[in-house]
Design a protein around this ligand. Sequence first.
Ligand SMILES: Nc1ncnc2c1ncn2[C@@H]1O[C@H](COP(=O)(O)OP(=O)(O)OP(=O)(O)O)[C@@H](O)[C@H]1O
Length: 246
Amino acid sequence: MPQAVRLDSVTKIYGGAGRGGRDVRALDTVSVAIPPGTFTAVMGPSGSGKSTFLHCAAGLDSLTSGACWIGGIALGGMNETQLTKLRRMHVGFVFQAYNLVSSLTVRDNIILPLRLSGERVDRGWLEEVLARVGLTGKANARPSQLSGGQQQRVAIARALITRPHVIFGDEPTGALDTVTARDILTLLRSCVDATGQTVVMVTHDPVAASYADTVLFLADGRIADRMQSPSADRVADRMTHLGAWA
Ligand SMILES: Nc1ncnc2c1ncn2[C@@H]1O[C@H](COP(=O)(O)OP(=O)(O)OP(=O)(O)O)[C@@H](O)[C@H]1O
């Protein structure tokens, strides 16, 4: 089986973006292979390249050099239309801001990726997804009628509806209170354990990272360390040594 996500010697340089118009090497020859059915957290100090890593891995940003694959599909050489199609069908996104369409119902928000790519909606699967995220009975509600945690559940359902190879999260619990954040992390964990999705999540929060199987620590655009079966304390300790909270 192919890796869910693979980066091979990926470098991303933002031209002239640094002090004095210098180039910024946001990612520096990063290689990583993320197996299917695993949960990976990406951590590191501010500016270490976490968002760039996520954007490059998800095909949202072009690479300066190197190569990326999602579910064994090479992103290199694809034009923007092909990349959009690949993202719609094989990648789910969950952001800190839920990015729901306020004028659409919960149901219509969830099935939006299918509508955009002209795919049929499987009603049974939609009901199952609603049940999995704990929103049975809320299909006709509008986002404004839901709590923040419930809105994030809609975003996760929308990410699951296409049965993607991988779900990318960018601080998905960043806007939530501690208790609600734990519910959402438990839900992401169950996506991995119950149905073998792959989750890759950027976070600043050691507790959030402790839900993952593996933590990748970025520093200056490189993978500085990785940790298996992390605990919040060990992650916090490692972050302190990276100078993240100096
Ligand atoms: N679009 C861009 N144009 C120019 N420079 C950029 C761009 N995006 C990121 N950078 C630079 O690349 C480096 C890595 O940024 P990135 O956003 O990936 O870091 P991060 O670890 O996600 O940071 P944070 O935790 O603060 O969100 C930084 O120096 C940043 O200023």
